[in-house]
Design a protein around this ligand. Sequence first.
Ligand SMILES: [Zn+2]
Length: 154
Amino acid sequence: VTVDKKAKSRAMAQIRTKDTAPELAVRKLLWHQGFRYRLHVRSLPGTPDIVLASARVAVFVNGCFWHRHPSCRRASIPKTRPQFWLKKFDANVRRDRRANSALKKFGWSVVVIWECEVRDSAVLMARLSPLIEGHRRRVNASFAAIKLGNPKAD
Ligand SMILES: [Zn+2]
């Protein structure tokens, strides 16, 4: 199977697919760090994959190909019909950018985790450590302030 064929079959699905393996890995790590979250919150711009409501943090777990991870080898351009793909990629990147700025305007922090970062657990921990540290501080400051919401285990 060529890269192009794989890409086309993915194009049939939604751009932002739910419950991908990288997303599950990030969820699992956050869960074990004591986070409770909501998933795929449609009422927020861009439908963030993981929402830490009490901390007002929206997490996106992005596929490198579709969301164009800068200088990542996974963000290749299919050899056939490059114009078609470039247009599609451009639309995706613009959509991500719009969602990001809308969330920030509403007072949310945005964390983007790239698919390739999830594969290396040290890199993933490094990316999530500011979140985890902030979480610990809040828990220590006021346990009562932590809203558990409606946790859903994986
Ligand atoms: Zn990447």
